[in-house]
Design a protein around this ligand. Structure first.
Ligand code: ZN
Length: 391
């Protein structure tokens, strides 16, 4: 007897019919307080060896229906190893996934999930480092902690660097990215990390939207707000996540900002840059170009040929985090996009783009960050490194 359940962390699916394993009828579930839908994550039991054909009937009304072209569903038996399903196709407005599970319990998802438990483990592990200060900036709409991990001390002259991830909760690759970045940043043996810890203070929000993440939302928080459209005027009640982070950024200042995302459609890693913000200067353009060049050197997964067309965000431009920050602080401020599908420049048939690859990309980001900090800061680094070694 085939069953489907989704009553767990980030679970999301609607089941219309399970009568025929060759025609399992499903619907993508909407965010809890908004109409966006594309994320799914569910468990199917009782079908080992059975040829399944799962039809997502409302795929055409998903937030980014174009994203289904060339997309392959991910699956896992042990929730550790996630693989792509070859028999995925988008046809006549429906996403069809054909799979013969090897086991009686199999999980299917839009992308490799990143659970709230894993988030709590991540911040707890980070907090054990003497380099880290873990702070709760306040509460989300549903009363979850908004965690801020700060690495490097508050000594004068250090550049404040801000990195936020997962404003869009279905973009789990963003928190995998932060996990990889944090692991390298806290590595006592890594020379790039040592220099960065000595010269900068890094404020990292691993998950901007824990409510949406637990609920299995694609794009919004528990109040139905798309947090990456809230930055011009965040609401302390409906979008406290942005309100709290923006207030802390005003307090610390910001010398570099990175907002980490996933893109449903483009099979590439790319930046959305800041040329279009009103206060963009020639100096900002030069600093942005240096940063991009350093990231190109650091990771062959990154490229600059493919990306968003100018004018994509229209009137909303300054409601987006990285655009608002670029305009307000005048610093290098970028949105990083990773693929839901695969990186077409460096494809992996078995897993596509996944958590492990997002982690390596996060680790590689330390190189351009250090280059940026070293170029823009006073050279107080030697004494700071000595200080760190002695503590
Ligand atoms: Zn996003």
């Amino acid at each position: 007897m085939v069953k489907i359940t989704s009553a767990f962390d980030s679970g999301a699916i609607e089941v219309l019919s399970l009568d025929d394993p060759a025609n399992i009828r499903l619907r993508l579930r909407k965010d809890n307080a908004a109409d966006f839908h594309q994320w799914f994550h569910f468990r199917l039991t009782g079908a080992a060896g059975l040829p399944l054909r799962m039809v997502f009937e409302n795929a055409a009304t998903a937030a980014y229906a174009d994203g289904w072209h060339g997309y392959r569903c991910v699956a896992s038996y042990d929730r550790q190893n996630w693989f792509r399903i070859e028999g995925t196709r988008y046809h006549d407005g429906q996403l069809v996934v054909e799979h013969v599970p090897e086991r009686d319990s199999v999980f299917y998802a839009y992308f490799e999930p990143y659970s709230h438990e894993r988030h709590l483990d991540l911040v707890a592990r980070a907090e054990r480092s003497p380099q880290v200060r873990l702070r709760n900036l306040g509460l989300t709409v549903e009363g979850r902690d908004l965690d801020l991990v700060t690495v490097g001390g508050d000594a004068p002259g250090r550049m404040p660097v801000w990195i936020i991830a997962r404003q869009h909760p279905g973009e789990t690759m963003a928190e995998w990215f932060v996990e990889g970045l944090l692991e390298r940043l806290l590595d006592p043996a890594d020379p790039v990390a040592r220099k960065l810890r000595a010269q900068a203070v890094l404020h990292i929000v691993p998950n901007m939207n824990p409510d949406g993440a637990v609920r299995g939302n694609l794009r919004t928080n528990a109040a139905g707000r798309n947090l990456n459209r809230e930055w011009r005027a965040p609401d302390p009640v409906a979008s406290p996540e942005v309100f709290l982070v923006r207030a802390e950024m005003e307090r610390t200042g910001c010398g570099l900002f990175l907002d980490i995302h996933g893109d449903e459609t483009l099979p590439y890693v790319f930046f959305s840059t800041a040329e279009e913000v009103p206060s963009f200067t020639a100096a900002a353009a030069a600093a942005q170009a240096r940063f991009i060049e350093a990231f190109l050197a650091a990771s062959p997964d990154f490229q600059t040929t493919e990306g968003y067309k100018p004018g994509r965000f229209g009137e909303e431009l300054l409601t987006l985090a990285s655009k608002w920050v670029a305009n307000h602080f005048g610093c290098v401020s970028l949105t990083l996009e990773m693929p839901f599908k695969d990186n077409a420049l460096l494809p992996d048939e078995a897993v596509g783009w996944n958590g492990a690859r997002s982690k390596r990309l996060g680790a590689a980001m330390l190189d351009p960050i250090l280059r940026h900090v070293a170029t823009c800061s006073q050279p107080t680094l030697d004494s700071a490194i000595l200080q760190e070694t002695n503590t």
